[in-house]
Design a protein around this ligand. Structure first.
Ligand SMILES: C[S@@+](CC[C@H](N)C(=O)[O-])C[C@H]1O[C@@H](n2cnc3c(N)ncnc32)[C@H](O)[C@@H]1O
Length: 232
């Protein structure tokens, strides 16, 4: 029987800035010229840390409309739950980036803290927006870089092809011509490839986007070594 990372519903996780840089192979020097939107931002500190560096970053997630204290508590619990799940499967993951399970957990805890303290600031009130794919609360062509980490493709068993198609077209809609959408990972929670990827890539091209699979610099999940880059 195939083993995989078991998950019911969509988890609220909190990767940090450097994880985003590696996953999406971002060039920091170029980020200063970008207006960045992180979709399905969850408890990630990417936006907080990017802003600390002077990058104009925003995040959107449906949970930002909910009781903040409650879901920050849930996110902290999720770190403990996911650490226990990873512990059972640890020989299947690639630890070359994190070094150890303890480092992985410590990184998540630090990221969540940074996120929570940034959210409580006046700047945080403007940087985090409530909204859900496949309809985001932004005008057309609002951002030059749109990221989506650990939501699309990963939960393909819960959200089908039509959702994915509408969601990706929506990421392209809020991205300016000349900008880019980057999505990682391209695997499902069962570490399978997204079955209708060819159909999705055709829909992206039909909408005027240029999709390419690019090598990711954060090996961790078994078989996950690419992100999807869409030039808009
Ligand atoms: C696994 S977390 C990823 C968080 C962060 N991007 C990271 O990499 O750590 C998935 C996030 O997707 C959000 N989400 C669930 N449904 C969504 C939707 N329809 N549109 C956008 N985000 C959604 C959840 O609230 C959750 O915060």
């Amino acid at each position: 029987m195939k083993v995989y990372y078991e998950q019911i519903g969509v988890a609220m996780t909190c990767r940090g800035y450097d994880e985003y840089i590696q996953m999406f192979d971002l060039q920091e020097s170029e980020l200063f010229h970008e207006k960045v939107l992180d979709v399905a931002g969850g408890g990630s500190s990417f936006t907080a840390e990017a802003r600390r560096r002077g990058i104009e970053a925003f995040a959107v997630d449906p949970r930002y409309a909910q009781d903040v204290e409650q879901w920050i508590k849930e996110a902290a619990e999720e770190i403990a739950v996911s650490t226990a799940k990873l512990d059972k499967l640890k020989e299947l993951f690639d630890w070359s980036y994190y070094g150890s399970l303890d480092n992985h957990r410590a990184g998540r805890e630090a990221s969540l803290q940074l996120f929570a303290s940034h959210l409580a600031t006046e700047e945080g009130q403007r940087a985090y927006c409530a909204g859900a794919l496949p309809e985001l609360p932004f005008e057309d062509d609002s951002f030059s870089l749109v990221t989506c980490s650990h939501f699309l493709f990963l939960y393909a068993e819960q959200f089908g092809f039509e959702f994915h198609k509408q969601a990706v077209l929506e990421l392209m809609r809020v991205c300016k011509p000349g900008g880019e959408v980057r999505i990682y990972p391209l695997l499902t929670l069962k570490w399978n490839h997204f079955e209708q990827m060819d159909q999705l890539l055709a829909a992206i091209e039909e909408a005027g986007g240029k999709p390419t699979r690019q090598p990711s610099k954060l090996p961790f999940m078994p078989g996950s070594n690419e992100f999807l880059r869409i030039e808009v």
